[in-house]
Design a protein around this ligand. Sequence first.
Ligand code: ZN
Length: 86
Amino acid sequence: MAKFRCICGHVINLSSVDGKYHWAMVPNDTVEDIGVELEEGGIRTAEDFYEKFDKAANRIYKCPECMRMYVETAPEVWDTFERVSR
Ligand SMILES: [Zn+2]
């Protein structure tokens, strides 16, 4: 069971993370390409759609305690973004 320890110390269990803290980031060009494929019939099922979407997406986890965001930029490589209040 994969777990992830945030810089703040909170442990995020990746296999049961609340959906509101697990996001996906997809480049806008890819979203448009997927839309074109949908219109042209190249994507016929929801499974096809999710396969294309997941292949292009960067996984993002947000710590529910400190709101830091972790973006997977390569397999098992995570960039961290910290909330800055002004
Ligand atoms: Zn945290």
